[in-house]
Write a protein of this length. Structure first.
Length: 453
């Protein structure tokens, strides 16, 4: 069989894969992108974008809940879940076709199908063999399989974004981002929600004090939370599902209509025949160097959720894709820097975070000033009748640089980007305080969040 030759073949057409195409096409390289499913991948089709449509409805319910504080009389709201899912699907339906047009304009050949290595420089897709000087693995992630009896009874975020009937009750296994985001929407929509987390803290990578605030708010809206649990099995129980788990040395069981896998996502690389590509890997993790390049095959790069060591976030996938593209053009010159990458957990209200947690800053031995503010009594929080308004900003005492910033409520999902910008470009705490902010805005509270230096 004769092979078709390209400079670059990209496996996967999500944020990461698309991110690769910019630099390599600008350099005039020929590019084929193999996509097994919907162009755009997880974020626009099954992740960030459709999820945010549901979160926006949760936000509206939260506003309605507090309407009486503004002296607005309102009846009990009724959410038409099927119509909300239809709205969500309608909002995203054109994205793959729009991206196909964008890729065509960029002269990227998009090939539909599942790609896998057949050699160190070759990939098979359907009956075609593509030979490339560089191959990029941008195949994303998939839910972590749980090795427990009854695991096949769980649904994933894909189903939660598609089922037109709101379940009366849901149990999330894992207390991470997916459980909290969907849990908040479901609880506000009237479902009974329980979250079972294996570790002592929900959202284990986040600042412990911020998580405690979010935990209190989650419990306030009726979510039942258990940490330090060991889930033993899932079984059918009179048309419902029962989750059996141990906690504090005793066995417990809880039942619901749906059980959701919220136990993390793993790199989606197990069907790529990595060995044929001479790509070193172990336990589903591709071994990479600091330039996102395979340690065993210098013609293979990895980016996005398929990278086993970086946060699985959409802007990071795009950023890594761009770095890989530039490394292909300029020969392994660039390395990612994740220090100032902001992220937000879109609960209602959200938890937003950038940089180090206080615990990690202390572990690393920084001399720090920690500015913690419960802002519920501040004018801005009272104006909007916030239910939680909290911030923690960590400043390096020796340089006056921001090391980390964490928020719950108070438009933290927007403020966090200001702190990310400051971290990236070395803007000091004093300079942030000295800036003049539009008033009254949540941003104008930033200078007070930083103390008065
Ligand atoms: C429910 C949910 C909500 C999320 N919300 C957010 C959020 O609010 N903010 C945020 O920053 N991040 C969010 N994320 C994470 C974000 O979606 C991912 O980090 C991002 O989409 C990863 O991009 P990627 O290109 O690496 O992978 P993907 O977007 O998953 O793309 C990989 C592509 O590769 C294709 N593919 C896989 N194997 C093959 C193969 N062998 N051959 C050909 N094609 C293949 C897949 O079909 C897929 O289209 C969310 C994720 C989920 C699941
Ligand atoms: N807003 C966002 O940026 C956003 C939203 C959704 C998803 N995502 C991305 O998608 C990825 C997957 O989300 P997720 O929430 O599934 O993962 P996660 O990594 O956020 O959380 C998984 C949680 O499950 C726990 N866990 C693992 N195994 C368990 C078990 N057997 N029993 C009980 N608990 C267990 C972990 O300790 C962890 O707290 C995340 O890495 C996240 O980056 C991002």
């Amino acid at each position: 069989m004769t092979s078709e030759k390209f400079d670059v073949v990209v496996l996967g057409g999500g944020n990461a894969g698309i991110g690769v195409t910019g630099p390599v096409r600008r350099a005039g390289m020929s590019v084929a992108m193999i996509e097994a499913d919907l162009l755009g991948g997880t974020c626009p089709n099954r992740g960030c974008t459709p999820k945010k449509v549901l979160v926006a409805a949760g936000h509206a319910l939260h506003e309605i809940e507090r309407a009486s504080i503004h002296h607005i009389a309102i009846g009990k709201p009724k959410l038409d879940w099927a119509a909300l899912i239809d709205r969500e699907k309608d909002m995203i339906k054109d994205i793959p076709a729009n991206l196909a047009r964008a890729m065509a304009k960029r002269n990227v050949e998009v090939i539909k199908g599942h790609g896998a290595f057949t050699g160190p420089n070759t990939v098979r897709v359907g009956s075609r063999i593509l030979e490339a000087r560089q191959i990029v693995i941008a195949t994303g992630s998939k839910p972590r399989p749980l090795p427990i009896p009854g695991a096949e009874l769980m649904i994933t975020s894909d189903e939660m974004l598609s089922e037109r009937e709101l379940p009366a009750s849901v149990i999330f296994i894992g207390g991470g981002v997916i459980a909290l985001e969907f849990g908040h929407v479901y609880a506000r929509a009237g479902a009974d929600v329980a979250i079972l987390e294996a570790l002592p803290q929900l959202l284990p990578a986040m600042d412990a004090d911020a998580v405690a605030r979010l935990q209190a708010e989650s419990e306030r809206i009726g979510i039942r939370l258990r940490t330090t649990v060991s889930v033993k099995r899932i079984e059918q129980a009179n048309g419902r599902l029962r989750v059996v788990f141990s906690h504090d040395g005793a066995e417990h069981a809880t039942e619901a209509d749906r059980v959701v896998n919220g136990a993390g996502r793993i790199a989606n690389v197990d069907t790529l025949d990595l060995s044929a590509g001479q790509v070193e890997h172990a336990n589903g993790r591709v071994a990479i160097d600091g330039h996102l390049r395979s340690t065993s095959n210098p013609n293979v790069y990895v980016c996005g959720d398929a990278v086993p060591t970086s946060p699985q976030l959409s802007p990071i996938a795009t950023y890594e894709g761009d770095i890989v593209g530039r490394n292909i053009v300029e020969r392994a010159k660039y390395s990612p820097d994740y220090a100032s990458m902001a992220t937000s957990v879109y609960t209602v209200p959200p938890l937003a975070s950038v940089g180090l947690t206080e615990a990690v800053a202390r572990q690393k031995g920084f001399a720090i000033d920690v500015h913690v503010n419960d802002m519920l009594d501040w004018f801005s929080a009272k104006t909007y009748a916030e239910t939680v308004a909290w911030s923690k900003v960590i400043v390096d005492r020796s340089t006056d640089r921001i090391l980390g910033a964490h928020f719950v409520g108070h438009s933290g999902q927007e403020l966090v980007n200001i702190f990310g910008l400051a971290m990236r470009f070395g803007i000091t705490a004093r300079q942030i305080r000295e800036n003049v902010y539009a008033y009254p805005t949540f941003s104008s509270d930033i200078k007070h969040m930083l103390g008065h230096g």
